[in-house]
Design a protein around this ligand. Structure first.
Ligand code: SIN
Length: 311
């Protein structure tokens, strides 16, 4: 029976520090090492010393700066540890700001049959009432749950699937949501209470990320809004963009000034995907397309991955 849980550190507010314990906004993210965070957790929960845990610092960044180079490195380390028979699951510490992008990338590339649990915090490690330690403990609980699989995120006691995950609040401790689908479950007193099935889906495979990170296809998000201008589309096309995701109003509708420019881009062979700019809901209707259920940033990554796999 596999029993080791591997922690991978990437930075974020969960590893952030401030000189002032009452400061929950003016801190610096990605300051404390993963080993430090785990040592703190062990000091509060000594029984964890009986758990087989390994730790590896993959990066130390504010996740606003996340990108292809770290994604490729991280996916490689995740795949390596998943392939070890003694490993039951992984926990990845991450910033909240691009958590949903990393979660989606890992799910699409690896579709793991073991749990890969992303965990983050809204308050730095030095805060009077830091949320990181409890989130870490809850993530460990999920990573050790029998039958758990797929890429998940655990924050504020709730467990989300990568595909549904959205950061919906800039400061609230419970800043993430799974939209209409609801969370996979909740962690209560060290136990997962599950409402939904574990995620399924096929993996694109790690090979899709082989391409030099500096050369991943350029995909941009444009938003339809009052006063939208076609020149934005024209400028991106002229600059060599390789794919566009349009975050449309409501059910994916587009400002009339964008329609012709996007039709021209499509006619020239550029992939153009539509999704909604609304925080919740999906595109409904026969022509809703491949990004109908995705957030703009998930759709951007998905299109990039598809272009990579077609290359
Ligand atoms: C980050 O995303 O790295 C900083 C913000 C956060 O973790 O909440």
């Amino acid at each position: 029976m596999p029993s080791t849980v591997v922690f991978l550190g990437t930075g974020g507010t969960i590893a952030g520090t401030s000189a002032d314990a009452t400061d929950s906004t003016g801190y610096v993210a990605a300051q404390r090492s993963l080993l430090d965070l785990l040592a703190d957790l062990l000091s509060w929960v000594p029984a964890l010393s009986r758990t087989e845990i390994e730790a590896e610092q993959v990066s130390q960044i504010d996740s606003k700066d996340m990108g292809p180079a770290i994604w490729r490195l991280l996916a490689g380390r995740v795949a390596h540890h998943l392939s070890r028979p003694e490993v039951a699951g992984l926990v990845i510490t991450h910033g909240t700001d691009t958590l949903e992008e990393t979660a989606w990338l890992l799910q699409r590339v690896l579709a793991p049959s073991k749990p890969v649990v992303l965990v983050a915090a809204m308050r730095p490690a030095t805060a009077l009432s830091a949320d990181g330690p409890q989130n870490l403990l809850d993530a460990l609980t999920v990573a050790r749950t029998t039958g758990a699989k797929g890429v998940l995120a655990v924050l504020a006691g709730r467990v989300h699937l990568a595909g549904d995950l959205r950061k919906v609040h800039s400061h609230r401790l419970d800043a993430f949501d799974s939209g209409d689908a609801g969370p996979l479950g909740v962690v209560e007193d060290g136990q997962l209470r599950r409402f939904r099935e574990w995620p399924t889906g096929s993996a694109l495979g790690l090979g899709v990320l082989d391409q030099d990170p500096a050369r991943w296809p350029w995909v941009e998000i444009i938003t339809s809004h009052g006063g939208a201008r076609a020149d934005a589309v024209a400028a991106l096309c002229a600059a060599g963009v390789q794919g566009l995701v349009v975050a449309g109003t409501g059910n994916g509708t587009l400002h009339q000034s964008l329609v012709l420019a996007l039709d021209q881009a499509l006619a020239a062979g550029l992939p153009v995907w539509r999704c909604t700019r609304c925080a919740g809901g999906v595109l409904v209707g026969p022509d809703s397309g491949p990004a109908a259920r995705m957030s703009p940033w998930q759709a951007r990554l998905e299109l990039q991955l598809r272009l990579l796999s077609a290359a």
